[in-house]
Design a binder for this molecule. Structure first.
Ligand code: UDP
Ligand code: MG
Length: 154
């Protein structure tokens, strides 16, 4: 099992899509291991988007991420990092495939509804960036016996 970080961005929160997007992850069979609303600081954004600090759109990206609280989620499942990233779709909502979150709810390269970790290594770093250890719950999900085949859920 892997645990990945999802942020429901202000473009999701402001458009009152929190429930719809959470529902997609639950419906898929993923387990919500942690979830909280938070207002992001300059510091956490500089760390989280360190690969983008020199881009011309960085100030606008920070402003868009601070326009309202976000909802941070730790989401678990077998190969959850890749499963969630595929559900999110490509960065630019105008190019994202229908059926993906970005492809169904956005037409912007910035206001694209969700953040999803892009690798197993970054997922561990990002979950730890947004959640204290006691805020992420490794609880038994009774449904997993019906979500995964025998021996598949390790
Ligand atoms: N972004 C932007 N303009 C760009 C590229 C990215 O505003 O030209 C924003 C967008 O909100 C994106 C975030 O920066 O989700 C992080 O960019 P990254 O390349 O990591 O894309 P992601 O992993 O979110 O698909
Ligand atoms: Mg990224």
């Amino acid at each position: 099992m892997e645990t990945t970080l999802v942020l429901l961005k202000p473009s999701c929160v402001q458009r009152q899509l929190i429930g719809e997007i959470v529902n997609r992850f639950e419906r898929r069979g993923l387990r919500i291991s942690g979830m909280k609303m938070m207002q992001l600081s300059d510091e956490i954004l500089r760390e989280h988007y360190a690969h983008l600090v020199d881009k011309p759109f960085f100030p606008g990206l920070c402003a868009s991420m601070q326009a309202s609280p976000v909802v941070a989620m730790a989401i678990s499942g077998v190969e959850a990092v890749q499963v969630v990233r595929t559900m999110a779709g490509v960065t630019n909502g105008r190019q994202a495939a229908p059926g993906t979150i970005r492809g169904d709810y956005s037409v912007s390269n910035q206001q694209n509804i969700v953040h999803a970790s892009d690798s197993v290594e970054n997922a561990a770093i990002e979950v730890a960036r947004f959640f204290r250890p006691e805020e992420v719950f490794d609880y038994e999900s009774g449904a997993f016996a019906y979500i995964y085949g025998a021996g598949e859920c390790k």
